[in-house]
Design a protein around this ligand. Sequence first.
Ligand code: SF4
Length: 211
Amino acid sequence: MNTKEKVQEIIKRLEKEYPEPKVALNFKTPFELLVATVLSAQTTDVHVNKVTEKLFKKYKTVKDYADALPDAFRKDISSINFYNNKAKNIQASAKMIIEKFSGKVPKTMEELTSLPGVARKTANIILSSAYGVNEGIAVDTHVKRLSLRLGLTKNEDPVKVEQDIMAVAPPKEQWGRISILLILHGRKICQAKKPMHNQCVLYDICPSRNI
Ligand code: SF4
């Protein structure tokens, strides 16, 4: 089995395990997804969802975030790691979206990554999960770990990992899905410290099954 065939097999098996793959972050609008994704760096999705449940009730529009008093907004997300920086980036993004993008979260990688605090991973999540656009593959810690363990890449740098997976995972329409499937499998079975090889549906095609 070559690497492209292997990726298709991985997707097929993981789709059976996780029939409705979607991001674990709760959101109703593209901007809410941007907020949740920025908050989720170094923080669990469960905790982010707890915080955004209240946050999204208080701040309903992009303008609400842009106009919020910085101290009050910081306080609203203060239980999140690195909240100071995240608050600054979210409010600066809201202002830029209003000024440069007519109040709408942009739909291209180039425009999204021009927003403060939005790198490729966040942009890929927004494009794929809010707009159904697959311009790349969101590489978080789970996607990186599983890609290395499954032999889809030899790189540690997320941008290179993304390029490696894109090269072996056509068609483009699958890119958003493969990222979410790897994240779900990484959380449930192929965990960083204790991968549960004996419960893994990828066992026979995984070069790391003996680690
Ligand atoms: S066999 Fe083990 S290392 Fe390979 S994907 Fe499954 S849990 Fe991860």
